[in-house]
Design a binder for this molecule. Structure first.
Ligand code: F6R
Length: 611
């Protein structure tokens, strides 16, 4: 949540900051602002709302400055208005600070500063930090770096920060704890950002700061230290993301582009990992850990949101094919509820961004307790990927739309690969391994076939766009898909939707059914099919409207439901990778027809780096 960006060099920082903010806008879009130093004077421009509002204001000024920082906000402390927008600054406007995270003890620090005569004009925690730095500079006569360091030693909470001072206009001071911060290395210019997406059009060389690390960024070098002032050497990494991967590429929305990319993104998730004729799986990131994982007494999978739904599907996969007990945990609950963790547990953390704070904190706790900790992430070099002992990248490519789509299907592919890998190290036969790996390899074409139903799904969206409630129902492997379908709809269309295991319907939700209530049934040909049909009949008997996702060749369902979307058949374990696609498209079209911003739904942010 919140995106931060900075530039120092020979070029004009302003367009670089604005472009970076646009790329980071998925992290928050309540307000945006920049500050820069020009001819010894520091200036701030901020606007409520999207980066486009800021861009309009900045472009009117025609500014050129060789050093600047920028911020796009997801509000935590203080409403999203211009005053609370970052950067924040001290009374003299000589210090400017942008912050991603939360200063938890800001009220007590603020009280101390108020006693010393400091005044506050915003409701944010960040304004306290910039004034605390100011205090250290004035009281102790410290350099910017040392003042930031002293201030951070007083702070509890999380931060990725960047600070400018007009007294030291040749540097940006940055620090990280709990929120991501990347340094981009250029030629006579350097950059900072919350993630590499903001940097890819300028440099491919990056340095990831770790928690409790700081750096002073000059135009021609950087110096990294710990928050305890010890010098550290940082490794420079080469990033592989291309600038054109993070544009809409002719689609009206990132979400649609990412839905349509799924044949390719799932292909990338499995590329080089299937040994088809032997029914085996090769996952480089797990090399050397396969036996330990296969011998685990228990597997725990922890995640949030859509990634948690992927974890639920994986529970069904691993328990059925590996015979290892699996528990799925919300990361936020896991980290606080004193879970029993044993050394022979494997704990898998699934996260698209690799930055979700709850998931990262749960991972650190699991690691501290001695379990084997595995990350399944999309963003290469992300905090969760780096903190994991072992792991697998899903390689879905950058996901910019706030609603997760292609990351979900790629997470399922990787969890299917992990399942086969473990199972083949346990009881799965070669024949079954060959059958499954072949079925996995056929998925991209099948996804393509489903995407061709886009027009049909758009027509169904037209019928139901004004519904105020939806029910999503599925069983077995497709119960988590029902949850995911409901989440997609509510997060982008603001229609209330609930996902349930279909059989649970009669224990309560059936009371909601009337002739205004659409119920979406996920009903592929699998062992639960007959039971699902009975559940459909129960809804129809109460005049509910039914949209069914069923398999090609299933003519039985046609007369029972109001709309049916037919998808290709696949192995039962893999059906969620196909059944979810029509649900993504349905949610997308309903939201577009309601005139909503599907890429930036209200109140949400892509990367949830606060608790
Ligand atoms: C929903 C969505 C969120 C994320 C959740 C976890 O469309 O995107 O529910 O799935 O915030 O994020 P990651 O996977 O980045 O840890």
């Amino acid at each position: 949540m919140c995106g931060i960006v900075g530039y120092i060099g020979n070029d004009n920082s302003i367009p670089i900051l604005l472009e970076g903010l646009k790329r980071l806008e998925y992290r928050g879009y309540d307000s945006a602002g920049i500050s820069y130093i020009k001819d010894g004077i520091g200036e701030v421009i901020k606007r409520q709302g999207k980066v486009s509002a800021l861009t309009e204001a900045v472009e009117r000024e025609n500014i050129s400055a060789p050093i600047g920082i920028g911020h796009t906000r997801w509000a935590t402390h203080g409403v999203p208005n211009e005053i609370n927008a970052h950067p924040h600054y001290n009374r003299e406007k000589s210090l400017f600070l942008i912050h991603n995270g939360i200063i938890e003890n800001y009220l007590s620090i603020k009280a101390g500063l108020v006693k010393e005569g400091y005044e506050f004009f915003t409701d944010t925690d960040t304004e306290v930090l910039v004034n605390l730095i100011d205090r250290y500079i004035k009281k102790k006569n410290l350099s910017l770096f040392q003042a930031v360091r002293y201030a951070l030693n007083e702070v509890e909470g999380t931060y990725g920060i960047a600070v400018l001072s007009i007294a030291e206009p040749d540097k940006i001071v940055v620090a990280k704890n709990g929120s991501p911060l990347v340094i981009g290395i250029g030629d006579q210019e350097n950059f900072i950002a919350s993630d590499v997406n903001a940097l890819v059009s300028h440099t491919k060389q990056v340095v990831y700061l770790e928690d409790n690390e700081m750096a002073v960024i000059y135009k021609d070098r950087f110096v990294a230290k710990t928050i305890s002032d010890e010098r550290i050497e940082k490794e420079i990494h080469e990033i592989t993301v291309d600038a054109d991967e993070i544009t809409k590429g002719g689609f009206p929305h990132f979400m649609l582009k990412e839905i349509m990319e799924q044949p390719e993104s799932v292909r990338n998730s499995m590329r080089g990992r299937l040994i088809l004729d032997e029914g085996l799986i090769k996952l480089g990131g797990l090399l050397g850990y396969e036996q330990r994982i296969a011998n685990s007494n228990r597997i725990i999978i922890s995640a949030c949101g859509t990634s948690w739904h992927a974890a639920l599907v994986a529970e069904y996969m691993i328990e059925e094919f590996c015979g290892i007990p699996v528990e799925v945990e919300y990361a936020s609950e896991f980290r606080y509820r004193h879970p029993v963790i044993r050394k022979d547990d494997t704990i898998i953390f699934i996260s698209q961004s690799g930055e979700t704070l709850d998931t990262l904190a749960a991972l650190k706790e699991a690691k501290r307790r001695g379990a084997l900790v595995m990350g399944v992430c999309n963003v290469v070099g992300s905090s969760i990927a780096r903190a994991s002992e072992t792991g697998v990248y899903i390689h879905a490519g950058p996901e910019i739309g706030v609603a997760s789509t292609k990351a979900f299907t790629s997470q399922l592919i990787v969890m299917a690969l992990i399942t086969v890998l473990i199972a083949r190290n346990r009881q799965m036969s070669q024949i079954e391994g060959v059958e499954l790996t072949k079925a996995i390899s056929e998925l991209p074409e099948k996804i393509q076939e489903i995407l061709e139903l886009n027009d049909q799904i758009e027509k169904i969206a037209e019928v139901y766009k004004n519904a105020s409630n939806f029910l999503y129902l599925g069983r077995g492997y497709n119960f988590p898909v029902a949850l995911e379908g409901a989440l997609k709809l509510k997060e982008i269309s603001y229609i209330h939707a609930e996902g349930y295991p279909a059989a649970e319907m009669k224990h309560g939700p059936i009371a909601l059914i009337d002739d205004n209530m659409p119920a979406v049934f996920v009903a592929p040909n699998d062992p639960t099919y007959e039971k699902i049909i009975s559940n459909i009949m129960e809804v129809k008997a109460r005049n509910g409207k039914v949209i069914a996702i069923a398999c090609n060749g299933d003519s039985k369902i046609d007369d029972m439901v109001d709309h049916v979307i037919k998808i290709p058949t696949t192995h039962r374990m893999l059906t969620p990778i196909l059944t979810v696609i029509p649900l993504q498209l349905l949610a997308y079209h309903i939201a577009v027809k309601k005139g909503l911003n599907v890429d930036q739904p209200r109140n949400l942010a892509k990367s949830v780096t606060v608790e």
